[in-house]
Design a protein around this ligand. Structure first.
Ligand SMILES: Cc1ncc(COP(=O)(O)O)c(C=O)c1O
Length: 373
């Protein structure tokens, strides 16, 4: 038995990634839709050889994502970014097969260059259908900056637009998509006959246990039957790496104040699990127990007062040296981590199908220093 890995570290499991890839491949085959991966949720490029086996394509929303997809998935991407500039558009077009504009003014400005580059152009529309409860993650929030609203849509699309894109879901169900799709077709359906493709955005959490995968397949098949000339694209992010990795951390000290016990860990909610504070949500911990008599908050090893989460219950008191497994910390989390407070960044490991975990990345003082100058 090899020595325990040094905490904190993220570990992602090849077996769980393949399980998601198998399911998404099945949905794509059964529905006839193309399902591509949004890089904002997963950029662990050393795991991309696994994704390449399944022929995964990607969608990028920045030049860094586009370049990483070009280099590490070895193909051109679908691109959507809220605003392109004269300085960036050339590089976007060079690395993209499809590009979506967020507004009519952006389309007007960059359509000539897009057509000249032979890239398929699309327009993002806002179907004005809100199914996301958390404002921070709701692209259809009143006053949203995303997509052209139905009342602003000209009778004829700008010449050269070949597709429409909408994105209105976050961790959504097939029933959520059905609602948004109905709103989309009611308001923009008259434009579809002249188009080549529709991109239904992300937020399709088809790898979640309770997701009705058959309903999604049927919904997509029905849409394709109504519009047989359209190529249908979905670009989920979370679904690809949902429940494929954990953050392993160690208790460093336990403090108590006014009856509140806090176990200070060698990781940080603010730095290493930012969604727990932004959303906010309380992650599951493998070692916790709902009926446990011992109640603790966990506190990050930073100086931010709000860098804590909880409470959780445990069957026995927590002590320094105890390891805790914070579950489902791959999608978005590994991309959003940062080095605020100079806190030691977790290493990243891949647990292959067989054998010991493989170290993908260990962070050094130089990583912290080089970000600042
Ligand atoms: C335009 C667009 N496409 C796709 C996604 C991926 O969404 P999710 O990770 O919820 O599936 C997002 C997420 O913000 C997005 O903004």
């Amino acid at each position: 038995m090899s020595a325990p890995l040094i905490t904190p570290y993220y570990i992602v499991y090849e077996e769980k990634i393949r399980r998601n890839l198998d399911l998404i491949t099945r949905v794509a085959q059964a529905s006839g839709a193309q399902i591509i991966m949004a890089f904002k949720a997963n950029a662990l490029w050393k795991t991309f050889p696994i994704f390449r086996e399944y022929g995964v394509s990607a969608t990028a929303s920045s030049l860094n994502e586009l370049r990483l997809a070009n280099e590490e998935l070895g193909r051109k991407v679908h691109t959507y970014c809220p605003a392109y500039t004269e300085l960036t558009i050339g590089e976007y077009l060079a690395g993209s097969s499809h590009i979506t504009f967020n507004s009519l003014s952006q389309a007007e400005r960059f359509l000539p260059a897009t057509i000249a580059a032979g890239v398929s152009a699309g327009l993002r529309v806002n179907p004005r259908c809100s199914v996301v409860e958390t404002d921070l993650y709701n692209p259809a929030l009143p006053g949203s900056r995303f997509g052209v609203a139905p009342e602003d849509m000209p009778a004829l699309l700008p010449a050269g637009i070949e597709g429409l894109h909408f994105h209105a879901l976050c961790e959504g169900s097939a029933a959520d998509l059905a609602k948004v799709l109905a709103a989309f077709e009611a308001q923009f359906g008259h434009l579809l006959p002249s188009l080549k493709w529709v991109n239904m955005g992300g937020g399709h959490l088809m790898t979640r246990k309770d997701y009705d995968v058959d309903a999604l397949i049927q919904l997509l098949r029905d849409f394709r039957a109504r519009h047989p000339h359209l190529h249908v694209i979905l670009e989920p992010g979370s679904a690809w790496t949902w429940q494929t990795g954990d953050l392993i951390t160690e208790v460093v000290d336990v403090v108590e104040n006014q009856g509140v016990k806090t176990a200070i860990i060698d990781a940080s909610f603010a730095c290493h699990m930012p969604d727990t504070l932004e959303m906010p949500y309380q992650p599951a911990i493998a070692e916790a127990s709902e009926e446990g008599a011992w109640e603790y908050r966990l506190g990050g090893n930073s100086c931010l007062s709000g860098d804590f989460c909880g409470p959780w219950h445990f069957d026995a008191p927590l002590r320094a040296g105890q390891r805790l497994t914070l579950l489902d910390m791959n999608h978005y989390t590994t991309v959003k981590t940062h080095m605020f407070n100079g806190i030691q960044h977790p290493s990243i490991y891949l647990q292959p199908l067989e054998g010991d975990p493989i170290l993908l990345r260990q962070f050094e003082y130089a990583d912290y220093k080089n970000r600042m100058s």
